[in-house]
Ligand binder design. Structure first.
Ligand code: 6PG
Length: 249
């Protein structure tokens, strides 16, 4: 499989430098979208790695982002209440939303209050369809993390989610609790204009190498199949996470 637009890999000495550089470029991309079409759709990653970036966007960089024109979405969510300590919504609320003035109608969390995880995925799909109307969602900037097993968002090896080619959102299952997840799918993620992977730590080095290689089996490394047709992928790595990349990268 060939990248339509060759991904960039940026390597930094430590997570702080990685985060600062990624925050700076995120601000640039957000403002480029705003200059182009007066709005920006930003998909937020879950997990722990992006938290310091959200904290930077909420403080040092907040004045450089006209939040009233930015719409925030989530790439995936755990099937837990939004005030649960494992909720990606809660992580973003604590690190970003509480500290900025963004209109509530610009914040699009994945719902988790419906009876089943499939109901939640369907509800978010309906919400996205209402937001994007006839357009296929082409998010301006998608932030993603990477698991040691090569998963990204909640596209985990061995799940039906990595086979989904029609729906924009689907249910998924993580190997570790909270197991029930909701995730954006490849069709949507691969329609993004920019995708930033934020990865730090030696424990991710093998998954980073796998994701950079020609992989033909999605189970081997789901993140390797994030190949936007027209979008730019940038891997924001610290040196330990990049340790297994060959020199020419
Ligand atoms: C989640 C994320 C998931 C995460 C990776 C990396 O809901 O947990 O969407 O894909 O990005 O598991 O997580 P860390 O950043 O915590 O290592």
């Amino acid at each position: 499989m060939v990248y339509p637009v060759k991904p960039l890999t940026k390597i930094y000495e430590n997570p702080d430098e990685l985060t600062r550089a990624a925050a700076e470029e995120s601000v640039i991309r957000i403002n480029e979208s705003l200059a182009r079409r007066k709005t920006c759709t930003l998909v937020l990653a879950g997990g722990n790695t992006p938290r310091p970036l959200y904290q930077l966007l909420a403080t040092e960089y907040a004045h450089r982002i006209p939040w009233e024109n930015v719409h925030l979405y989530w790439g995936d969510e755990r099937f837990v209440p939004h005030d649960h300590d494992q909720s990606n919504y809660r992580m973003v609320r604590e690190s970003l939303l509480k500290h900025i003035s963004v209109p509530s109608e610009n914040v699009h969390p994945i719902p988790t209050e419906h009876p089943t995880v499939v109901d939640c995925a369907q509800a978010y799909e309906i919400h996205l369809q209402a937001e994007f109307r006839t357009e296929f969602p082409e998010f301006d900037l998608v932030l993603l993390g990477l698991g040691t097993d090569g998963h990204t968002a909640s596209l985990f090896p061995g799940t039906d989610a990595i086979l989904e080619q029609e729906n924009w959102v689907c249910a998924s299952e993580a190997p570790d609790p909270p197991k029930e997840r909701i995730t954006l799918t490849y069709p949507v993620l691969n329609s993004a204009k920019s995708v930033f992977f934020l990865v730090s730590g030696e424990q991710k080095a093998e998954a980073v190498r796998n994701a950079s290689q020609e992989v033909h089996d999605r189970n081997a490394c789901p993140a390797a199949f994030i190949r936007p047709e027209r979008g730019q992928v940038i891997w924001w790595l610290d040196r330990p996470a990049a340790a297994q990349l060959s020199e020419e990268k």
